[in-house]
Design a protein around this ligand. Structure first.
Ligand code: PPS
Length: 293
């Protein structure tokens, strides 16, 4: 399919967005969540694919091998706000799902989450990743994803990241406002990419206890093995290789999967400027990230 030119960013209720995530707005806002839905919310590039695969395996890997072998992860875990011409919208995909619970991907900031998720008290898992690695990962993603805005060169991209002129807005706002929301909402579990890397087993246990699941040791072992970066990278159902908007000649979707790759991208000067600005933006929050392990 011939792809349209890359989209441009515009201000959408105070958040930078592209039309692919706003064109279906009324249907997204009127989405009917269910009490057993699991919403997996992240700023882009924080590990949504990783955790959605964990969830899919926990709930469904023992049910059918066909699902694992022939249904791609983005069909199993629809992307709520996505609306691309020529493809079913995320909302349509969700309404068609016959399995439950529904595992739902979103990158929306808190204020854009459809109200039915709060009314139904659906479980929400938020995954956050440190700003520097998020920026690097997002840069490579925008290079290879033909339906994202032109990234430009690394230094101009980083400047835009600092200014919050990214699809889904400011990283700083996203992670902070979700963190504040979690403090008053017992239906939110807030996880960190860095913890998942450091101790996948421990984070898996936290996830299971939040969800009220008690998987067997055997299933836990299988999940941990299947979601290893190298195994996911080889798995065509989860590595993005059947997504036609990605250009793998530019960069893979499963790129590095590391904490600290920013050190290969930031110059000393960029790092100093970034840190100085970060201090100001994050001074009123107790949210803390690790940029190295
Ligand atoms: S997206 O497109 O916004 O939904 O991207 P998302 O899935 O949230 O994040 C992509 C980054 O997560 C890395 N990833 C992993 N890291 C470690 N282990 C596993 N299993 C794993 N799966 C995905 C992926 O490689 C992207 O990070 P970078 O730094 O670019 O490698």
């Amino acid at each position: 399919m011939a792809l349209p030119p890359r989209p441009t960013l515009f201000d959408f209720h105070g958040v930078s967005m592209t039309k692919y995530f706003t064109d279906n707005w009324d249907n997204v806002q009127n989405f009917k969540a269910r009490p057993d839905d699991i919403l997996l919310a992240t700023y882009p590039k924080a590990g949504n694919t990783w955790v959605s695969y964990v969830l899919d395996l926990l709930y469904f890997s023992q049910m059918s091998s066909e699902r694992q072998e022939s249904v791609s992860l983005h069909e199993r875990v629809p992307f709520l706000e996505l609306q691309m011409p020529g493809f079913p919208s995320g909302v349509d995909e969700l309404n068609k799902l016959t399995t439950s619970p529904r595992i739902i991907k979103t990158h929306l900031p808190v204020q854009f989450i459809p109200k039915s998720f709060w009314e139904q008290n659906s479980k929400i898992i938020y995954v956050a990743r440190n700003a520097k690695d998020s920026a690097v990962s997002y840069f490579h993603f925008d290079r290879m994803n033909k339906v994202q805005p032109e990234p430009g060169d690394w230094s101009s991209f980083l400047q835009r990241f600092i200014e919050g002129k990214m699809v889904f807005g400011s990283w700083y706002e996203h992670v902070r406002v979700w963190w504040e929301k979690k403090k008053t909402s017992s239906n939110i579990l807030y996880l960190f990419y860095e913890d998942l890397i450091e101790n996948t087993e421990q984070e898996l246990s936290r996830l299971c206890s939040f969800l009220g699941l008690s998987p067997s040791e055997e299933l836990k072992k299988q999940v941990i093995e299947k979601v290893l970066f190298d195994n996911m990278k080889k798995n065509k159902m989860v590595n993005g290789s059947n997504d036609e908007v990605f250009d793998f000649k530019i960069s893979p979707f499963m790129r590095k999967g590391k904490v600290g790759d920013w050190r290969n991208h930031f110059t000393v000067e960029q790092n100093e400027q970034f840190d100085e600005d970060y201090e100001k933006k994050m001074k009123n929050t107790d949210l803390e990230f690790r940029t190295v392990l």
